[in-house]
Design a protein. Structure first.
Ligand code: PHE
Length: 450
């Protein structure tokens, strides 16, 4: 593959799904989804989340695939090719900028997971009280050197994979890493559901109390659906452009969405039974996996092994996501500026890492520098998830729903009329009306307008 003049792309159906699901499945599933579910009352949140995936996430993912495969270009190039000289390209710009910025702080969190693998390998949680475990986490993230070094290692790893290309790098690694992730999470699930007192955790996750559904929670669920499915930042446009013409885009989007949701559920099943069995508050926010879980591992028979496995799971999940974030920027620069993949990857990885260094330091040494009331780390997270992703996804749904050539859309979804699809009508309603309205609500909420 990778012949000169021929565009690199995914080599097999399994490779496509592994890579796209690898992007979707990440810290969002294993770190963010469980703590949001915990904060928002459990099963009722899950119920709303599932509706958001089906009604908004799935159609937007398909729309991104359509734009990508139709144009055979990166996130920005796609709009330049399909609708030259129009402002639609803004969605591409936002996407590439979002990928750049998200990777800078996501790489920092990914770095923490490496430190936690080492901590669990050396039995570093043993004998620590809950307060000490909390201090352990805050000491790590505010340290001026350690998290920076781990972040750089993680970024180097990511760059090493991305610079070898789409089929030889990203696809190949995703095909190994994703099954590994599945095996680890299933082992953790078996351990969790066989704990004494596991049933309370399972019913927290699966028996909904519908009176807990509140507008706030609905918006949190929709925002999580975007983040988790890697939507609104050009990832699925870029990956869509690597999908072969014979593949069925609808079933691909469906498989990726199911895989993403399944892993979030399996993460919930691994975490909540343990949290309840050991009498820990499920509502402990972002610290859930880094502070709460080490407490759980401490109290559990075989806890050290499960701790090692868990943090490896986090690192693997994060790696297939950082690959996709880097690829969005690299694909743009190599294609639009005709640069070699290797040079581009090194350049882009260095620039993103540099921003990441400041993001990491802003949890400690330079935490006093204020960005609208946030430190840099939280500010980058806030602007990208509240503004970039939502505006990007909104523009894409309006573009595909109302402005993109109808025949081109039909052609992509039916592979030139060779596939019979029964969902065309439903897709139209979702992408034209339901998705943009849902996204607009998330946006207004994000900027504190509602
Ligand atoms: N979808 C990934 C996750 O769930 C995160 C991600 C967000 C990846 C944005 C890429 C872009 O963790």
């Amino acid at each position: 593959m990778g012949n000169k003049g021929q565009r690199d792309g995914f080599g097999s159906k399994l490779g496509i799904i592994a890579a796209a699901a690898g992007s979707a499945i990440g810290l969002g599933n294993i770190w963010r989804f469980p703590y949001l579910t915990g904060e928002n009352g459990g099963a009722a949140f899950l119920f709303v989340y599932l509706i958001c995936i089906i009604a908004v996430g799935l159609p937007v993912m398909l729309a991104e695939f359509v734009v990508g495969r139709r144009s055979q270009r990166n996130a920005i190039g796609a709009f330049k090719k399909l609708v030259p000289g129009t402002p639609w390209v803004l969605a591409g710009w936002l996407g590439v900028a979002a990928a750049f910025i998200i990777l800078s702080f996501y790489g920092v969190i990914a770095g923490w997971t490496l430190d936690y693998i080492l901590k669990s390998l050396t039995n570093g949680f043993a004998g620590k009280s809950p307060v000490e475990l909390e201090q352990m986490f805050t000491t790590l993230i505010s340290n001026p050197v350690k998290p920076v070094v781990f972040q750089l290692i993680f970024m180097a790893l990511t760059a090493g994979i991305v610079l070898t290309g789409v089929s030889d790098g990203i696809e190949k690694f995703a095909k190994v890493l994703m099954p590994m992730l599945l095996v680890i999470i299933i082992i953790l699930d078996i351990r969790a559901v066989t704990l004494n007192g596991a049933s309370q955790g399972l019913s927290f996750l699966f028996s909904p109390d519908f009176s807990k559904i509140k507008p706030d929670m609905v918006l949190a669920a929709l925002g999580q659906a975007f983040f988790s499915m890697s939507l609104g930042m050009g990832i699925m446009i870029t990956y869509g452009s690597y999908i072969g013409k014979k593949e069925n885009l609808g079933t691909t989007a469906l498989s990726v969405s199911i895989a993403d949701t399944l892993i979030a559920l399996l993460a919930g099943i691994a975490i909540f039974p343990a949290v309840f069995a050991f009498g820990i508050d499920p509502n402990s926010g972002p610290g859930l996996v880094f502070i709460t879980l080490p407490n759980v591992f401490n109290q559990m028979a075989g806890g050290q092994i499960f701790g090692i496995l868990f943090f490896m799971l986090l690192a693997v999940a994060a790696l297939t996501s950082t690959m996709s974030l880097m690829e969005v920027v690299v694909a743009y620069v190599t294609e639009e500026f005709n640069m070699s993949r290797k040079k581009t990857t090194i350049l882009i990885a260095s620039l993103i890492s540099l921003l990441g260094v400041f993001a990491s330091l802003s949890n400690g040494t330079i935490s006093h520098i204020d960005f609208f009331g946030y430190n840099l780390f939280d500010f980058l997270d806030f602007v990208t998830s509240s503004f970039f992703l939502t505006i990007g996804a909104f523009i894409i749904s309006i573009f595909v729903g109302w402005f993109m050539d109808k025949n081109a859309i039909r052609d992509e979804i039916t592979n030139g009329g060779t596939l019979k699809v029964a969902y065309m009508g439903a897709f139209n309603v979702l992408i034209k009306i339901v998705a943009p309205i849902g996204i607009a609500l998330v946006f207004l909420k994000g900027i504190g307008f509602m």
